[in-house]
Design a protein. Structure first.
Ligand code: ADP
Ligand code: MG
Length: 306
């Protein structure tokens, strides 16, 4: 018994670590055949998806009872709309995406999709309607084609190519000696953060889920890469219910609603224009980021003129 408990604890540890990272959940559940802590109700039904409207109603959540993380969060992402969540790091933004995926159960309130509580439906059906483009994509040790097709295994070769084009990674892939057959992952060609993210976007395009969660990269991607990724993301999120966790405010200007989260509470909410007008937390974050971008731009010009 003692001998057995060590590896089991270890697996639990690895599982929690990986889950914490929320790198690529869909993939992770396949890679690690581990039971989640959250279990389906005996009478859980598959989600009857209509338009994919998301609703958080007075959601309270804590990983550890001593330390509340979300303190009564309410918002809606109407079907087909885009809602952005911004705010300082540690505010609870990624936690919201983990709860929508039902990695954890909340302590109070409700999270519903098309009126169905996520606790009443099967996890498989819940996760099948959500596509996630994480901050940090872990690729399989396999070909690029496989890594894209993973979004929908039954996809044709043509569909894989098209998805890659839309995700703006097609040209790059075709420039490789082995093209779509190039081995990637830990033991293959190492892709940059931006390239991996575009593979994840291509995968999500193939999956074509009604609901999208985008956790944008924090890492300073160069401006061109960022713009390419942004236009790919804009395409994927068209007419899909989309929850964007944004680090760069410039990427959420067009969101239908922006929610500013601070210490697990909604500090401000509204459109970009309305929030700037309020001249509060969002406006100060916006000004700070704009100054940083201008400083970066200035530095680049100085370097180029050398
Ligand atoms: P954000 O995405 O806004 O930066 P997170 O939602 O990742 O913030 O985290 C919110 C808070 O919850 C942070 O203080 C973080 O340390 C804490 N937290 C995240 N995951 C866990 C966990 N598994 N156990 C305990 N605390 C956690
Ligand atoms: Mg986060």
């Amino acid at each position: 018994l003692i001998q057995l408990s060590v590896p089991l604890n270890f697996i639990g540890f690895v599982y929690r670590e990986i889950r914490q990272g929320l790198t690529d959940i869909e993939q992770m559940f396949d890679l690690l055949d581990v039971k989640a802590e959250v279990v389906d109700k005996p009478d859980a039904k598959p989600l009857a998806i209509a338009q994919g409207a998301i609703r958080f109603e007075n959601v309270h959540f804590a990983y550890d009872p001593e330390r509340p993380i979300l303190k009564g969060i309410s918002f809606e992402v109407p079907a087909g709309k885009t809602v952005a969540i911004v705010g300082p790091s540690g505010a609870g933004k990624s936690t919201i995406s983990r709860l929508l995926y039902r990695f954890y159960d909340i302590q109070q309130g409700a999270i519903t999709i098309d009126g169905q509580d996520v606790r009443d439906i099967t996890q498989t059906s819940l996760r099948s309607v959500i596509g996630m483009v994480p901050q940090d994509t872990v690729l399989f040790n396999d070909t690029i084609a496989y890594n894209i097709r993973y979004g929908r295994i039954s996809a044709s070769e043509d569909e894989v190519l098209k998805a890659a084009e839309i995700a703006q990674i097609g040209t790059f892939i075709r420039s490789l000696p082995d093209g779509f057959k190039t081995m990637v992952g830990e033991r293959g060609l190492k892709l940059s953060g931006g390239e991996k993210q575009r593979v994840a976007i291509a995968r999500t395009i193939l999956k074509a889920p009604p609901i999208l969660i985008l956790d944008e990269a924090t890492s300073a991607l160069d401006t061109t890469t960022e713009q390419e990724i942004q236009s790919a993301l804009d395409l994927v999120s068209q007419n899909r219910t989309t929850l964007v966790i944004a680090h760069r405010l410039s990427t959420v200007i067009n969101a239908d609603e922006i929610i500013v989260l601070r210490h697990g509470e909604i500090a401000e909410r509204g459109t970009h224009a309305a929030l700037l007008e309020q001249n509060g937390l969002y406006a100060s974050m916006w000004n700070r980021q704009r100054e940083a971008t201008q400083a970066e731009e200035h530095l680049r010009q100085v370097r180029e003129s050398d």
